[in-house]
Ligand binder design. Sequence first.
Ligand code: CP
Ligand code: NVA
Length: 313
Amino acid sequence: MKHYLQFKDLRAEEYAHVFNRARIIKTRFKNYERYQPLVDRTLAMIFEKASTRTRVSFEAGMYQMGGSVVHLTTGDSQLGRSEPIEDSARVISRMTDIVMIRTYEHTKIERFAAHSRVPVINGLTNEFHPCQILADIYTWLEHRAPVGANGFDLASLKGKIVAWVGDGNNMANTWLQAAEILGFKVHISTPSGYGVDPVVAGIRDTSCYQVFADPREACKGADLVTTDVWTSMGYEAENEARKTAFANWCVDTAMMSVAKPDALFMHCLPAHRGEEVAADVIDGPQSVVWDEAENRLHAQKALMEYLLLGRIG
Ligand code: CP
Ligand code: NVA
């Protein structure tokens, strides 16, 4: 049994498989071809933080594959009334086939997974957001990678540059793990005091990223420029201090103009136009944010298929 708690829980060759399955599953879906390998399977979704994309993509995806979904929040379950996470894991995993959790500390999802009989997927923790990077890299491949007889050429990402502008948060940590596994490099620029920590990010080889004080320098020559909110969920008390600290970390057209001419812009959403990204960038021609959001659906369907059924095709 496999869990998907961090990006590094799968190897490069497993990603090659999952991305190709996502491409096939997406094509079938666009052609209105029914694909229901998960009939009688149930996904439990546990949300301790808000969500739009994660909830809709997992819920719609599970129904489209023939399964069903149970939706739990802290407020409407015993999770909010101090039932131990270990007990919740034991019970929920006896009644369902796969679990997705969005919560605060990563240790919480690890404790759940350690007591679960079924695969557990990280739908975002304070430290990581692997399902988002799964969709982001799928989107990157879809826009830029050649498709051969064996599907996407994952090796085409080797040596490429991703510029991360903003907070050294769960998304930044997950990009670092992806860079280490897939062989690209992250140029990261954060305000002082908001940087990434390779130990927290869980990477062994720090050569997969380079730190830049100036966000424009980080964007120079980048193949992909990406950012995220200045204040992640759970850090709202720091909002005002962050607005001041991050004022120069807004991805604008000047930053995009020093990236490669065909650089893509990504944002996991929700976005704050005029804060971490200028409206003319997120709504401009290099932005692929809507494909990125849609691909959560297709990539996670391939992920659930892989975790529940193994290699298909
Ligand atoms: N990007 C993302 O995870 O969005 P939600 O918070 O809406 O799920
Ligand atoms: N870094 C953001 C991502 C939201 C999808 C957060 O954790 O709130």
